[in-house]
Ligand binder design. Structure first.
Ligand code: SF4
Length: 348
């Protein structure tokens, strides 16, 4: 299988062009064609000779994903099912902002970083689907390039790395993709959020990258024992250790941290949970996102709180002077909402 040209760093591209007797400036021309002119075919790079186009075509791929299907939700969300070169399926979602006058500013792409996921969160269909492999740089970038092209008449300024996979378990490819996204202004850093179950060493490294990207922690319980019931890998990463890494992240970036929380009856919805959660939320500037549970797993142990209970929980947090946002589920009818991406082959 040929490598994808987007997987090569600038230096690797310089070296490649030199090795075939071309000048280094071909690197800039090539990246300009791909990221600014959105070329998806070597033959259409007008400032390259026919020989060079053919040589590139012989040595590399330029597109990493094949669109298999799109599914449109009644709320305007669109799920994209892509196939990779080695026949893995991944999903990405376009989430329009339906609630805001300046809606274009909030259109968002939910990006995957893995085919499947090894973390196995109990509330997540991707976790139940299993892990195939990490996505490479090209596969991460192509989700954004493709969806921006697909909706070329509207602006998409935001991306959440919250699709299939734990982004920080694919750290190097994630960082390389983000650096290219920023270098070529596919998005700006304010529009990007990484959602993680909390891997302290990766959060510390990420703070040192100097990228100023927002972080969201999938917290879901302020107590280790209950959190571990939802996120098995949390046995390895204790809450206090994660919070210390987030303290450092905040000190390095001055960006508020989002704490994601799905409410389950009898598991994480008590007054004791509220008090402890509020203490965590006061540790650094933060916002708590209450996320509706999309019941995918037929996991009978997990009973989602109803709307009234969620409102009550939010009110009690407000009373603790905590900023709380209750998220509306988007794309539920096409299995595109949070925790529902599972490449269900019956859908293809
Ligand atoms: S919630 Fe995220 S980390 Fe957990 S299993 Fe799903 S994709 Fe993986």
């Amino acid at each position: 299988m040929k490598n994808n040209i987007k997987n090569l760093s600038k230096e690797e591209l310089f070296n490649y062009f030199e090795s075939i007797g071309e000048k280094k400036f071909r690197t800039n021309q090539l990246q300009n064609a791909i990221y600014n002119n959105r070329t998806s075919d070597f033959q259409s790079i007008s400032n390259f000779s026919a020989n060079l186009k053919n040589k590139l075509e012989q040595d590399f791929n330029i597109v990493s994903l094949e669109l298999i299907k799109t599914m449109l939700s009644s709320d305007g969300s669109t799920k994209f099912i892509f196939k990779t070169e080695d026949n893995n399926f991944i999903e990405s979602v376009f989430l329009p902002n339906n609630s805001n006058a300046d809606a274009s500013n909030r259109n968002t792409i939910c990006v995957s970083t893995m085919a499947g996921c090894p973390v196995g969160c109990k509330f997540c269909a991707t976790g139940n689907f299993g892990y195939k492999r990490n996505l490479d740089i090209a596969e991460i970038l192509d989700q954004i390039l493709f969806i921006q092209q697909y909706f070329s008449d509207i602006k998409i300024k935001n991306a959440v790395f919250m699709g299939m996979g734990e982004p920080f378990l694919n750290y190097n490819n994630l960082i390389s993709a983000i650096r290219l996204i920023l270098e070529f202004s596919l998005l700006n850093s304010k529009g990007i959020t990484i959602s993680t179950i909390g891997i302290p060493a990766a959060i510390l490294d990420f703070a040192n990258e100097g990228l100023k990207i927002k972080l969201a922690l999938s917290l879901h319980s302020p107590f280790d024992n209950n959190r571990q019931k939802l996120i098995p890998i949390a046995k390895k990463y204790k809450i206090e250790e994660i919070l210390k890494s987030l303290d450092f992240y905040y000190r390095s970036t001055h960006l508020p941290i989002t704490l994601e929380y799905i409410l389950f009856k009898g598991l994480n919805d008590s007054n004791k949970d509220i008090k402890k959660l509020a203490r965590i939320a006061r540790r650094f500037p933060s916002v708590i996102n209450l996320i509706p549970y999309n019941n995918i797993s037929k996991n009978l142990d997990l009973i989602p709180c109803n709307e009234t209970e969620i409102k009550e929980f939010a009110k009690k947090l407000h009373n603790e002077n905590i900023v709380v946002i209750t998220r509306k589920s988007q794309g539920q009818d096409i299995s595109a909402a949070c925790g529902m991406l599972a490449c269900n082959e019956k859908e293809y």
